[in-house]
Write a protein that binds this ligand. Structure first.
Ligand SMILES: Cc1cc2nc3c(=O)[nH]c(=O)nc-3n(C[C@H](O)[C@H](O)[C@H](O)COP(=O)(O)OP(=O)(O)OC[C@H]3O[C@@H](n4cnc5c(N)ncnc54)[C@H](O)[C@@H]3O)c2cc1C
Length: 400
């Protein structure tokens, strides 16, 4: 490990890898010494590996960003599942009812609304791009300590190796070590929900549609996979999530067929299972002199609209742009006024999305008949609202 880097990125999830790739391809790449550290082993995927548990809905705006870096083109088409429609409905309604929301790619004159992709496939594509750059990649290298040393930070790894950085970027997820080491506080809103995730075989074709049914305990998302299966993200009580984890295949199939109101007929268990406790969380600051937080380290939101990874990619793009402009003006990458430009551009937008998702989740998790009727009326109005509806969909797609 070199003794000094201009930028140390902690975390090789989607946000950290995207930032590293953008910086490594920027016009100042020759003068930027960059290392990316991750506590885990390098993620790998083989062509005939089964579709892995963790998949994300990647919006069109994020696809464009990944294309601009040459990473998207490295993904085999057999691992991409385009979704062309979305259906969102309340448990008291039907997916074809007047209060159900329906979005089709055709009405926005785009070939698809986005893609369902395995997280590990995206990581692998970004890493293969990074292999062609001068970014020093270090996996299985957890950070042990982070200390300020004058205008720089001293980074120490578990094995005792050290380096000094002008800028340390915390891309190390919701429980960010970097954020805690520099004492940036967060605000949290627990959801009292756990996301149960698995793949299922539907009786009927998924028709390249992403389905979302709002149930009283939380939303059930059903995402189309490339091989005809569906990935479900069932946000529900921790108790029900545990029961789903422990259920026999037959019982799990029945639980999810019922939860989905048989929208795709019978669902049969057909893949690994996992559970992720959910909470909304927002860092009170994204930057300090020599420090920046991106992705889930800065904000964690409900997966109901599939926005978390997309927001992390937007953070990475904004920070890379701000750093590129600053370096062009001869400024230091760790200067607080430079980093504040990034914070100003992203914090408000992320807060809006976070509060919107939290509010939406609450709105559907109520028993009140009055609220249910207002909600249903609101959805019908939204369906007919023309420009408002179009604007909301464009924000969700990441195309402005
Ligand atoms: C069930 C579920 C479904 C979701 N679905 C979607 C979706 O459809 N679309 C979407 O956009 N988002 C979705 N999300 C959100 C999305 O998964 C996250 O927002 C995104 O993966 C966060 O990426 P990240 O790079 O910020 O952090 P992470 O992916 O958490 O990566 C952090 C990295 O930092 C490393 N690290 C941690 N600590 C250290 C340390 N001390 N030293 C070194 N390395 C460290 C970790 O090993 C890890 O690799 C979903 C989330 C959940 C829970």
């Amino acid at each position: 490990m070199k003794q000094h880097y201009e930028v140390v990125i902690v975390g090789g999830g989607l946000a950290g890898l995207t930032l590293a790739t953008l910086l490594a391809q920027s016009r100042h790449k020759a003068s930027l010494g960059i290392t990316l550290l991750d506590a885990a082993a390098r993620p790998q995927i083989l062509a005939d590996d089964d579709i892995s548990l963790r998949v994300s809905a990647i919006a069109s705006g994020s696809v464009r960003l990944l294309e601009s870096m040459g990473a998207w083109q490295l993904i085999s088409e057999s691992r991409l599942s385009a979704y062309e429609s979305m259906r969102v409905w309340d448990e008291k309604d039907t997916p074809d009812g007047a209060a159900a929301l329906r979005f089709d790619a055709a009405e926005f004159a785009v070939p698809q609304l986005g893609f369902i992709v395995e997280n590990v496939v995206l990581q692998d594509a970004l890493l293969r791009q990074l292999d062609t750059t001068n970014v020093a990649l270090r996996f299985a290298s957890p950070m042990r300590s982070l200390e300020q040393s004058g205008q720089q930070y001293k980074v120490e790894l578990e094995g005792g190796e050290c380096c000094v950085a002008d800028l340390v970027v915390g891309a190390d997820g919701a429980r960010s070590f970097v954020r805690r080491a520099v004492a940036i506080e967060t605000r949290s809103w627990p959801y009292a929900q756990t996301a149960f995730v698995t793949h299922l075989c539907p009786e009927r074709e998924h028709k390249a549609t992403a389905w979302q049914r709002f149930l009283r305990n939380g939303p059930l998302g059903i995402l189309p996979l490339a091989d005809g299966r569906v990935s479900v993200v069932w946000s529900t009580t921790p108790d029900l999530a545990k029961r789903a984890l422990d259920a026999s295949d037959a019982t799990l199939g029945t639980m999810l067929t019922n939860a989905s109101d048989s929208v795709l007929g019978e669902l049969a268990a057909a893949g690994p299972r996992g559970a992720f406790p959910l909470a909304a969380q927002h860092a009170q600051r994204y930057v300090l002199p020599g420090i920046a937080l991106i992705g889930d380290a800065a904000h964690a939101i409900h997966p109901l609209a599939g926005q978390g990874a997309n927001l992390g990619l937007q953070d990475a793009a904004e920070l890379a742009g701000v750093l590129d402009a600053a370096l062009h003006q001869g400024l230091h990458p760790g200067d607080e006024p430079v980093l504040r430009r990034y914070e100003r551009a992203r914090k408000g937008a992320n807060a809006t999305m976070l509060h919107f998702m939290t509010g939406l989740n609450r709105l559907f998790a109520t028993d009140s008949r009055l609220v249910a009727e207002l909600r249903s009326a609101g959805m019908r109005i939204f369906n007919r609202s023309g420009p408002i509806r179009e604007r909301a969909v464009k924000v969700a797609l990441g195309v402005r």
